[in-house]
Design a protein. Sequence first.
Length: 128
Amino acid sequence: MPMTDLKVRFSASDMAALEGEARGKKVALAEIIRQAVSEHLARQTAGRAAPLIDACLGKHVDRLAGLIAKTFVAADMANWQSRALVAALVEDQEPDAIMREARLRAVADLRRSGTEIGTDGDLYAPEG
């Protein structure tokens, strides 16, 4: 990209601070100034983009957050009902221990190669 020259005047204290920063980073003074201008322009661009992103995605983000919350509630309810069922069906063992073992098996199965969701090895795929 072609470069353009620009003459800029700084106060003595600002110039001393910029020169000190350039020496500390072991780069040219011009590089410190270019970086500062670039960062400023990036912040300005991000500031202008934020309302547009919010306008486009705002209602969807709220919907997604609601779906995630609903999923957590449903998962918690399923966990509670599973524990109650295990407690009712297996009277001679500790329900928490059974549930822990089932969770460990499920995690191990999901980590096993070829059991990714949607593959032929998917443990939860419909029979067909």
